[in-house]
Design a protein around this ligand. Sequence first.
Ligand code: SAH
Ligand code: SF4
Length: 362
Amino acid sequence: MPNLFDYDAAGLENLLAGWGEKPFRARQLLRWIHQFGVRDFAAMTDLGKALRATLAAEATLSLPQLRRDSLSPDGTRKWLLEVGAGNAIETVLIPEPERTTLCISSQAGCALECAFCATGRQGFNRNLSSAEIIAQLWWANHCLRQDAVGIAPRRVSNVVMMGMGEPLANFENVVVALRLMLDDFAYGLSRRRVTVSTSGLVPMIDRLRDSCPVALAVSLHAPNDALRDRLVPINRKWPIDALLAACRRYLDKAPRDFIMFEYVLLRGVNDGTKHAHELVARLREVPCKVNLIPFNAFAASGFERSTPQAVSRFREILLNAALITTVRRTRGDEIEAACGQLAGRVQDRTRRRERRAQEVQA
Ligand code: SAH
Ligand code: SF4
């Protein structure tokens, strides 16, 4: 039975056409489901009785269950959603005076094994469906609506796909969810306020440019291939040159005229002055901004956060080279909601230990 949370406008129109319904019904449905947060077909009063009966018999509106709602003293809020078979994913809300940003997960776990990332450490289980991705935004707005009885409710104004998983490794499902985020009848966010963050799946960056160009953030983390090969293993497949070329191509259609490069600062690993100078040289090729991320620790990570002195030295070198550089404020550390700390609950199907052992033996 189709779950209507899995459908963007075009998909819904198709589905409805199969029941002999007109395309404008899709827009009505999108508004009920995503704008008003209604999940009961009987309450969708302008749809007509016959259509409501068909929907009740032939379709569902299923969402993952909300399992935990944690609030950090700094206002950051984290939700744990149950996605079945023992897996749970996390979503983080970051309220700021001028915007409310939601950090969304795209996979249960991640297969890419970046050395400093808690999600990567736990291995990969599966891609999230479009419904499970958009559910995170639906739940966030739902909870904000409930909080705000009697006052103007806050709504999510920005989405960053920087939670668990690599969004471009789950391309089809992520794009349906992105289209819903952008659709005026659903969440109505502008392309500039929706950001996909990728560790560098080059062919998929091109596909995103052609099918749904939103703001792009690229997790660089190292200024040369030798170091990036270690920190972000996907670099062995698509090295920095190929990645920067894809970034330049992306800018032809991007809603913003720069790429955001993310760079996690790891003490004694990638935070030296020589790394900063090397980074400046590499980034001359691409209009960009740089976001430096202080490393967020997790158990047995094997890395340490750079000292504040190293962070400001690094930043100064970039700024002196006229690179717009910000340092990400760490938020939600108390509830393990900071970048790279999301672990949710994932049944690891990659059998990483066994695989590693085999690699060592081979
Ligand atoms: N898979 C995507 C998006 C999710 S990760 C990507 O890698 O871009 C979002 C950001 O958090 C990435 O830049 C990632 O490198 C960074 N990150 C991962 N682990 C981190 C940690 N322990 N501390 C700080 N940032 C981390
Ligand atoms: Fe996956 Fe991103 Fe973590 Fe790398 S940093 S393991 S791509 S979630």
